[in-house]
Design a binder for this molecule. Structure first.
Ligand code: PLP
Length: 408
């Protein structure tokens, strides 16, 4: 039987789900699941113990580390497994503050980062650190020149995301990295959305640290990894046992890490093909939606964007209204990041890109994935215009715009 959806219970019917929120999370791939199961059952040894059962866990753990490392052009010793992408970002920011707080107390980031970066930066500000939040242009691009201008003698870290989770814009990481390298400043990138979607090579990108997360790439929730370049010494945030070469205490999430390793293997095997397919579905969504809905435009960079994210602002409607209507049709979408969807604050990303609060409230993000079909995409393109029309008919914004003659 198909899984039931919340709205199925509300409306007393069952229907297939069209999942278009892969930037929020993905379903664990069956091959990933299969690889994990033994480690939740008979292969339960603690990798730090010394008998055969434990050594088998250790071997699998280290194989996963090799797989992750080779996928991003790193050495296995440079990979630290973490509890999630958020933890990896926190480790970089707070770890750098611990390591270098005596040398300097200035950090540079961008206004459009994920909260996993913004909030630890804000936490450090409360402790006397100074943070520069670089502006972005209308497409959400950070300018390398502005990074260069913002660097100071007391700058200890620059952290700029590789690709934005709300609008899909890809940042000029290699250029920014080259600038930081020249100035001898540590450079981190949150690559949680980028991994598996665009090439990620730590040397080509000139990064010292890079965060990724398993559940955005068909792996399990609750496991991430941080690349830390040799020579960059981050003190642990979690003190305890000597796991992860003393960089993170706590018995390793063996099943989760094995799942992450398998998820990466699948990216190696089918990633390029998936991305080609997904880019075509994304382009069809963008064309179909902007052509059939008036006063609706694409957000983010038109070309320099992730292959799987189609993001829009739909004028004269609330994004939440669209989401609820889509949910009734079994379609899962987002107004931006999963973290802001639950609050009424407009997206900080769209605001930084220069959108008004009113426009930012009409944001819609559709992120495609491995299992989406052309039929599903066509169904969304067919269903969305009448939903928007109905919401507009009820909207005072639309009525006002009509009075002003802005719309017909
Ligand atoms: C999802 C996401 C995170 C957080 O990763 P978790 O594993 O969910 O903690 C961080 N940064 C970006 C860009 C993301 O999309």
């Amino acid at each position: 039987m198909q899984m039931m959806h919340v709205s199925d219970f509300v409306h007393g019917k069952t229907q297939d789900i069209i999942y278009l929120d892969h930037a929020a999370t993905t379903k664990v791939d069956p091959e990933v699941f299969e690889a994990m199961v033994p480690h939740l059952q008979e292969e339960y040894g603690n990798p730090s113990s010394l008998y055969g059962l434990a050594r088998r866990s250790r071997i699998k753990l280290e194989q996963a580390r090799e797989t992750v490392a080779s996928f991003i052009g790193a050495d296995a010793s440079e990979i630290v497994f973490t509890g999630c992408g958020t933890e990896a970002d926190n480790y970089v920011i707070k770890g750098t503050a611990l390591a270098k707080g005596e040398q300097g107390r200035h950090i540079i980031t961008s206004a459009i980062e994920h909260h996993a970066v913004l909030h630890p930066c804000q936490a450090l500000e409360k402790q006397g650190f100074e943070v520069t939040y670089l502006p972005v242009d209308e497409y959400g691009l950070v300018s390398p020149e502005q990074v260069a201008e913002a660097l100071r003698d007391d700058t200890i870290l620059v952290t700029i995301m590789y690709a934005n989770n709300e609008v899909g814009t890809i940042e000029p990481i290699a250029e920014i990295g080259a600038i930081c390298r020249e100035r001898g400043v540590w450079f981190h990138t949150d690559a949680v959305q980028a991994v598996g979607k665009i090439p990620v090579n730590v040397d080509e990108l000139n990064v010292d640290m890079l965060a990724l997360s398993a559940h955005k790439i068909y792996g399990p929730k609750g496991v991430g990894a941080l690349y830390v370049r040799k020579g960059v010494r981050l003190p642990p945030l979690i003190d305890g046992g000597a796991q992860e070469e003393g960089r993170r205490g706590g018995t390793e999430n063996v099943a989760g890490i094995v799942g992450l390793g398998k998820a990466i293997e699948l990216l190696q095997r089918r990633g390029e093909e998936d991305n080609r397919r997904e880019a075509a579905l994304r382009d069809r969504l963008i064309a179909g939606i902007t052509e059939s809905i008036s006063h609706c435009r694409l957000t983010g960079h038109p070309e320099q964007r992730l292959p799987n994210i189609a993001s829009f602002v739909v004028q004269y409607v609330e994004g939440e209204g669209i989401l609820l209507s889509l949910d009734m049709e079994g379609i899962c979408a987002s107004t931006g990041s999963a973290c802001t969807s639950a609050s009424l604050d407009p997206s900080h990303v769209l605001i930084a890109m220069g959108y008004s609060h009113t426009l930012a409230h009409g944001s819609l993000r559709l992120s495609v994935g491995r299992e989406n079909t052309e039929e599903e995409i066509e169904r969304v393109i067919e269903l969305l215009p009448p939903i928007v029309q109905r919401l507009r008919e009820m909207s005072p914004l639309w009525a006002d715009a009509r009075k002003r003659g802005e719309v017909t």
